[in-house]
Design a protein around this ligand. Sequence first.
Ligand code: COA
Length: 169
Amino acid sequence: MKAKTPNESRTVMTDLVLPSETNPLNNLFGGELLARMDRAASITARRHSRRVCVTASVNHVAFNRAIPLGSVVTVEANISRAFTSSMEVFIDVWTEDRESGNRTKANEAIYTFVAVDETERPVEVPPVRPETELEKERFAAALRRKQLSLVLAGKMKPQDAKELKAIFD
Ligand SMILES: CC(C)(COP(=O)(O)OP(=O)(O)OC[C@H]1O[C@@H](n2cnc3c(N)ncnc32)[C@H](O)[C@@H]1OP(=O)(O)O)[C@@H](O)C(=O)NCCC(=O)NCCS
């Protein structure tokens, strides 16, 4: 399969924070942000693979800054690496200052998707060809994140996670 760049599947979604989407502190409810990130990332996985994609795991989420009611929120999803049927997708979340238009990074997450066929069986996806320095960094570290996710899910024995072990040796 021909490799594709992250640029070919990037997804950017911008939306407001409305009252029904907030917690009692009038900030964006965490579950609402998780859903927005999942939507953007699943579109990226679908664009990369041109298949139906399911969320296999949420590997990392950092809610670094609260996002107040009325904020304009941009969710950007970029594929970092594809393996056989699975794809790792980074999600960066930005808020936008109303007056200056300047963007501030609020949150980030890493999701794993699996491309499936009509019978929900995993199918092969194209490899990723990273272009920028950041894309190359994320690509290089993706295998150890995959191994960590599989170990935590009980799908891989810790002693088999060789790439992961290498960072502690
Ligand atoms: C995701 C799913 C298809 C994986 O099925 P499976 O039987 O584990 O399939 P496999 O063991 O062949 O794994 C398929 C791929 O997923 C990867 N994978 C599975 N679980 C994973 C996890 N927790 N973290 C990272 N990767 C994972 C495997 O490593 C494999 O990757 P590769 O083909 O690129 O090497 C299956 O568990 C599923 O359908 N889950 C429900 C998905 C869903 O409904 N999501 C929405 C939640 S509401």
